[in-house]
Ligand binder design. Structure first.
Ligand code: IVH
Length: 676
C-alpha cells in the first residue's frame, strides 16, 4: 500500500501491523527484516498520523510503548486465577517422589508424559488480552493480588501489543527477565556514568519492572517468556501444555526454544542434564527446570496442594550465587609481577563447590565495587566463568569494616610495587629475585600447552623454589632423583616419574618452547606464527623489529616486547641454559612459501554446530592450513564455516556476500574429505 492512496485510519492500521511485525522479527526471532533507518521512517510516519488524527490513536500502537507519564503509585490487580508457586525438587529422590505421586494420582500404568522447560530466574507476570488487544499487565504480588505494571510492560518489545485472537479474554503468564547481554551492557553504561552497578540480571529486571516512570523502564531492556495461561474466556484451548506453548508461539509470544517433552523419570533426568550443560550458554539466567504433566485434563485431576500444583515441580540447579563474608584481601604476584588482589572469603557452597577465594582483578575494581574488609558480599560462580565477588551488600556493613590498602612492597620479595601511569595493574619490580615470579614462570613453562611436564604442579614448584633446589626453568633439566626425593611427600617412585617427565619434555617444538618462555604478549598463537615465519630460534632472537613486524598479527607492541625480551642479557642466558639442558626441536626453513592453500592468510568465522567436527577441531584444522579464525563477521571475513543452528553470523555473511562453506566443502577444500 502506498502512503498516499489510503485513508488515515487504514494507513495507521497498516503501519501498526507492519511495525509490530518488524519488531517481532527483530526482538523475538532475532532476524531483522528491515534496516533500522526504514523502521524509524515507518515509526515516525505512524506517530505523525496519530498526532494529526488522535481519534485513531489506540493503546496497542507501537508508538505507545514509550513515553507514558510517570505514575504516583501502582494500582492493585486481583488475579482472576491465582498465580501459584511451585514445589521444589533438589535431589533425584525428590524427583522420583514427584513422579510417583503423579502416577498414583492418575492411576497411570506406564510412564507419564511431561512438558519440560527452563525455570527462568526473573519475575512472574500476567498479561491480559481482550479481543486481541493487550489491556493489562500485572506482577504476581502475593499470588492473589498483584500490581498493575501495564505501562512498564508496554515498553518490553517482545510482548505483543495486539495478537491475532478474538478470545473475549486471554491471560498469558510468564516471566520478565533481563538477557545476560543486556544486563552486561546496562552495567557497562552504569559504570561509565559512575552509577551503582546491578548485582545480577534478576535484580536489574526487578528494579526496572517496578519503576513508576515508564521512560526509565524503557531504557532498561527487559525480555519476556511465556510459560502458561491464566483466565481464558471465549475460545477452546489445545489439550496439552506443549501444544498450548506451540499455540502461544504461533500467536507470536516468545516461548522458550529449550522446551521439550519427556517420559518418566529417565526422560526428566535426561532433560535436566542436557539443560544443565547448556545453562552457561543460554542467553538468560535459569535456576532449574520445570516439569509439568503434559495433558491438561491430567493436570486438573491432580489438582493443587495449598498454593502449589501437584502436577508440576521445579527441579533446581545448584545456586550460582550466595552471600558470605569478606574476611580479608590478600595480594598475589603473577609471572610478570602483576599484583592481583584476591578476596579471602568465609567458605560458602555455591555453583556446586565450596568457594573460599575469588580474584578481585585490580585496585580499581575493588573501588568500583565499593568493597570493604568485613563486608557481606554476593559471590557468583557460573559455568566456566571465573568465580567473582559480584557485589557488596552495603546495608550489612559492620562498624569495623576496613578499606583495602595496596601494599607498597611485594609480600614475596620485598621489592617496591609500582603502578605506571595509565595502567590498571600494579607490579612488583623484583623480577628474577622475586620467588613468586620465578614460581609462576616455571609453572607457565611447564604447563601442558608449553613444555608439558606432567606432574609438575604448584605445590611442587613452591617447594623446589622455596628450598632453593631450583632457581629457574633451566635448573629443572639438571635435577637428580636424590634432590627430589628429599622433598616433602615425594617418594622415590614419584621422583623418578618426574625426572622421566622432564626428560620427555626435552623433545618439543619451537612453538611450545617460545610460548613457554613467557614473553609478554606472546601467547600460543603468536608463538606459532613466529615459529612458522622464522623456522629457527636464532632467526627470531636476532630479528630486527622490521622483520618481526612482517609476521602475521604482530604489531608494534608485540614486536617491541619480543625485541626487549631478547635484548635482555639474562634472558639470552636463560635460553642458552635451557638449550644446554638438552631441549631440542626440529628447526626448519621459514615456512611461509611452503604453506600455500585455499586458506592461507584467510580470515574464517565459525558458526553453528558442524556434523562431525568440534569447534576446537575445526579451528585447529583451519589454523594448521594458515587461516586466522575470527569471532565476528565483517567485510574482512573471507569464509564462514557454518553448521546447524547457525544464527546471526550466517545472516550477516549472506548480507555481505561472503562465501559460506559447510563441513563437506571445507573438508574437500582442505583435501581431507572423508570417504566413509
Ligand atoms: S509455572 C502453576 N513455569 O517460578 C505453576 N513457573 O515457583 C505456575 N517460573 O512464580 C508456574 N520459570 O515466576 C512456571 N517455566 C516456568 C517457570 C516458572 C520460572 C517461576 C514463576 C513462579 C515461580 C514458581
Amino acid at each position: 500500500m502506498s502512503a498516499g492512496s489510503a485513508t488515515p485510519a487504514a494507513r495507521i492500521a497498516h503501519l501498526k501491523r507492519e511495525i509490530e511485525q518488524h519488531n517481532y522479527h527483530y526482538y523475538v526471532l532475532d532476524q531483522p527484516t528491515i534496516a533500522d533507518a526504514e523502521w524509524d521512517r515507518l515509526f515516525h510516519e505512524l506517530k505523525a498520523l496519530e498526532e494529526a488524527h488522535p481519534e485513531f490513536a489506540t493503546p496497542d500502537s507501537p508508538t505507545q510503548r514509550v513515553g507514558a507519564r510517570p505514575l504516583d503509585e501502582f494500582a492493585e490487580v486481583t488475579h482472576r486465577v491465582p498465580m501459584l508457586s511451585l514445589g521444589n525438587a533438589f535431589s533425584d529422590e525428590d524427583l522420583v517422589h514427584f513422579d510417583r505421586r503423579c502416577r498414583e494420582g492418575l492411576e497411570a500404568a506406564g510412564d507419564i508424559e511431561y512438558a519440560c522447560e527452563p525455570k527462568y530466574d526473573g519475575l512472574a507476570i500476567s498479561l491480559t488480552y481482550e479481543r486481541g488487544v493487550f489491556v493489562q499487565g500485572a506482577t504476581r504480588g502475593d499470588g492473589a493480588v498483584g500490581e498493575d505494571v501495564t505501562h512498564n510492560l508496554r515498553t518490553v518489545k517482545t510482548i505483543p501489543l495486539s495478537i491475532d485472537s478474538d478470545a473475549a479474554r486471554l491471560e498469558v503468564r510468564g516471566e520478565v527477565l533481563m538477557l545476560k547481554r543486556d544486563f552486561e551492557a546496562l552495567n557497562a553504561r552504569q559504570a561509565e556514568k559512575g552509577d551503582k552497578l546491578f548485582v545480577n540480571p534478576r535484580n536489574a529486571a526487578a528494579g526496572s519492572l517496578r519503576q513508576l516512570d515508564p521512560r526509565l523502564t524503557a531504557q532498561r531492556p527487559l525480555s519476556f517468556f511465556a510459560y502458561g495461561l491464566g483466565a481464558v474466556e471465549g475460545i477452546a484451548l489445545p489439550e496439552t501444555h506443549a501444544a498450548q506453548m506451540d499455540w502461544l508461539e504461533a500467536l507470536r509470544f516468545p516461548v522458550s526454544r529449550e522446551r521439550g517433552v519427556a517420559r518418566g523419570t529417565e526422560g526428566l533426568r535426561g532433560y535436566y542434564a542436557a539443560l544443565g550443560t547448556k545453562r552457561p550458554a543460554l542467553p538468560y539466567d535459569i535456576d532449574g527446570v520445570v516439569y509439568k504433566v503434559n495433558r491438561i485434563a491430567d493436570q486438573q485431576r491432580l489438582g493443587y496442594v495449598s498454593r502449589a500444583p501437584r502436577f508440576a515441580i521445579a527441579h533446581k540447579f545448584p545456586a550460582e550465587e550466595a552471600t558470605t563474608e569478606l574476611l580479608g584481601i590478600d595480594v598475589q604476584v603473577g609471572r610478570t609481577g602483576a599484583i592481583t588482589p584476591v578476596a579471602r572469603l568465609k567458605p560458602v557452597f555455591v555453583g556446586g563447590t565450596t568457594m573460599s577465594n575469588a580474584t578481585l582483578h585490580n585496585e580499581d575494581e575493588i573501588r568500583r565495587k565499593g568493597l570493604m574488609i568485613g563486608d557481606t558480599v554476593v559471590v557468583r560462580r557460573a559455568g566456566d566463568v571465573i568465580p567473582e565477588v559480584a557485589a557488596v551488600i552495603e546495608a550489612q556493613r559492620p562498624a569495623g569494616a576496613q578499606a583495602f590498602v595496596m601494599p607498597t612492597h611485594c609480600p614475596e620479595c620485598g621489592s617496591a610495587i609500582v603502578k605506571l601511569d595509565g595502567e590498571a595493574i600494579a607490579r612488583c619490580t623484583g623480577g628474577l629475585i622475586c620467588p613468586a615470579q620465578v614460581k609462576q614462570s616455571i609453572l607457565h613453562f611447564a604447563q601442558r600447552r608449553a613444555m608439558d611436564i606432567e606432574g609438575l604442579g604448584d605445590k611442587l614448584v613452591e617447594q623446589l623454589v622455596d628450598q632453593k633446589v631450583v632457581r629457574n626453568a633451566a635448573d629443572l633439566y639438571r635435577l637428580g632423583v636424590s634432590a627430589l626425593a628429599a622433598l616433602e611427600r615425594m617418594g622415590d617412585k614419584s621422583a623418578a616419574n618426574l625426572i622421566d617427565a622432564i626428560a620427555k619434555s626435552r623433545e618439543t617444538t619451537l612453538q611450545r618452547f617460545l610460548f613457554g618462555l613467557g614473553i609478554r604478549h606472546v601467547g600460543e598463537a603468536t608463538a606459532r606464527d613466529l615459529a612458522r615465519h622464522f623456522g629457527a630460534l636464532d632467526a627470531i632472537i636476532n630479528a630486527p623489529l622490521e622483520r618481526l613486524l612482517e609476521v602475521r598479527d604482530v604489531g608494534p607492541v608485540v614486536a617491541e616486547s619480543i625485541r626487549r625480551f631478547f635484548d635482555e642479557p639474562h634472558n639470552r642466558e636463560a635460553v642458552a641454559q635451557l638449550r644446554a639442558g638438552g631441549i631440542t626441536w626440529p628447526e626448519g626453513e621459514p615456512a611461509a612459501a611452503s604453506l600455500q592453500g585455499p586458506f592461507t592468510g584467510k580470515t574464517v568465522v565459525l558458526t553453528g554446530t558442524l556434523p562431525t567436527l568440534s569447534r576446537d577441531d575445526a579451528k585447529a584444522l583451519l589454523e594448521a592450513a594458515g587461516a586466522k579464525v575470527s569471532g565476528s563477521v565483517s567485510k574482512k571475513t573471507d569464509f564462514v564455516l557454518a553448521g546447524a543452528e547457525a544464527g546471526s553470523k550466517l545472516d550477516k555473511a549472506k548480507e555481505l556476500g561472503i562465501r559460506v562453506l559447510d563441513e563437506a566443502e571445507f573438508r574437500s577444500m582442505l583435501g581431507t574429505a572423508r570417504t566413509e
